[in-house]
Design a protein around this ligand. Structure first.
Ligand code: HEC
Length: 154
């Protein structure tokens, strides 16, 4: 290589480094990297409850598949294990709150857990307290699940 060649290569490199196309590509990679980090962080800090398992209409709903993921996301923040009604496990949910059961197996209409989702009931304000109402589909999940619970042997 002659001195002139070297000078040209260095100049070309400098030039290439600075073309708008190169800068654009670097910026795109930087943005992609930032987006990936944001996603990873989102996964790490998101409340863990798992996703609601999709069900076909009329299919049996389960605590693990649909009900717990839903309650975990919308209710357990206040109804954890800090006294009063806990919705953190199936057994606790069935046990109820200070005033007794909030789930009457086989009868959603008689269940406070379902009725408070529609509006204030028995002196209890609408749930989730101070937050957006559950969607009709989510309320339907709770209703159908309670109605499917065997009355005698939950
Ligand atoms: C921001 C906090 C908060 C959230 C979120 C919340 N609740 Fe409540 N919930 C309360 C409080 C506080 C009470 C007690 C209200 C009272 O006694 O006046 C209560 C009471 C209840 C009761 C009656 C308990 C009993 O002992 O009779 C039921 C049932 C209930 N909540 C269901 C739910 C459900 C289902 C969700 C989720 C969809 C939910 N709550 C989300 C705060 C919350």
């Amino acid at each position: 290589m002659t001195g002139t060649d070297q000078a040209t290569t260095a100049k070309e490199r400098e030039w290439r480094w600075g073309t708008p196309r190169q800068i654009g590509r670097q910026l795109a990679w930087a943005l992609l990297g930032a987006a990936l980090w944001a996603m990873l962080l989102g996964i790490l800090v998101a409340p863990r409850g798992g996703e609601i398992t999709p069900v076909a209409r009329g299919e049996r709903l389960t605590w693990d598949g649909q009900i717990y993921p839903l309650l975990q996301r919308r209710c357990v923040l206040c109804h954890g294990n800090s006294g009063g009604l806990s919705l953190a496990s199936y057994e606790q949910a069935l046990r109820g709150g200070r005033n007794g059961p909030v789930i009457v197996p086989g009868n959603a209409e008689a269940s406070l857990l379902y009725r408070t989702l529609l509006g204030p009931a028995d002196g209890i304000p609408q749930m989730p307290l101070g937050q957006a109402q559950l969607s009709p589909e989510e309320i339907g999940f709770i209703r159908d699940w309670i109605n499917q619970l065997p009355a005698a042997n939950p």
